[in-house]
Design a binder for this molecule. Structure first.
Ligand code: GLU
Length: 257
């Protein structure tokens, strides 16, 4: 099972994204990547293999930004390689996805006929293209995500970063878990409480079918019927990094202890 993370802050979010990805390494993965919104637009960096490979790439590239998303992948559709690693990005939008899009072949055929180009073998790549399809028709970011979700069959947790929206992260869940973490100066998201960092002292569990539009000073949620809802913000009692391997040789060894 892979993991997704995301963060908005007044400071560089790259260390927080990497830390969150390290917190969920225990879930297993074959590749890792992040997308950050920079002054040049969305920059996506990814690597197959261990998180350490991504960490040194990020160090070399000196990537920084105030809003971004990240992913550790467990391949279900397409080989476990760098090209298929998430995030999947086009000119407008970048997406990380946990789960399976069952009707991806049909959607791919339709989007190819609409002029979109596919670069990966994944089921996920239909999602950024569906969103771009609606952006091109004048939909706002949240509306385009909402319209794209109507096409998807399967299970997913998603986080979405838009090129033209430096203030909001968007997220949705259907069949896969997703939580939001709220700190004094940041808002984060993760596919589980374990993904969050020590600064995320409060936690909010999204419910099945929820969609979120997240900014530093507001979290807007709608439920599966499109109705505005509020979910309880609770104190996060988990210790960050609780699932790290620490001195143990294997994650199973750590878990037994
Ligand atoms: N189905 C997607 C893929 O194969 C996501 C897999 C995952 O949940 O890591 O890329």
């Amino acid at each position: 099972m892979c993991g997704i993370v995301g963060s908005i802050n007044h400071q560089n979010i790259v260390p927080a994204l990497l830390n969150s990805l390290a917190n969920i390494e225990y879930r297993g993965y074959d590749s890792a990547g992040i997308s950050v919104l920079t002054s040049q637009g969305i920059t996506t960096l990814k690597r197959s293999g261990k998180l350490e490979q991504l960490r040194s790439l990020l160090h070399r590239k000196q990537l920084t930004g105030l809003i971004g998303i990240g992913h550790t992948r467990w391949a279900t559709h397409g080989e476990p390689n760098e090209c298929n690693a998430h995030p999947h990005t086009n000119d407008q939008v970048s997406v990380v996805h946990n789960g399976i899009i069952e009707n991806h072949s049909k959607l791919r055929q339709w989007l190819l006929a609409e002029g979109f180009t596919f670069h990966t073998q994944t089921d996920t790549e239909v999602i950024p293209h569906l969103i771009a399809y609606y952006l091109a028709r004048g939909y706002h970011p949240g509306q385009s995500l909402n319209a794209a979700l109507f096409h998807l069959k399967g299970c997913f947790a998603l986080a979405v970063l838009f090129n033209d929206d430096s203030e909001h992260l968007y997220a949705a869940r259907r069949g896969s878990p997703l939580v939001l973490g709220v700190g004094e100066e940041n808002v984060s998201l993760g596919s589980g409480a374990m993904a969050l960092n020590s600064s995320d002292n409060r936690i909010l569990y999204l419910e099945e079918g929820d969609q979120a539009c997240i900014s530093l000073d507001n979290i807007k949620l709608v439920d599966k019927t499109g109705r505005a809802v509020q979910r309880k913000l609770q104190f996060n009692e988990l210790q960050p990094g609780q699932c790290r391997k620490q001195q143990h040789r294997f994650y199973m060894h750590q878990e037994i202890h």
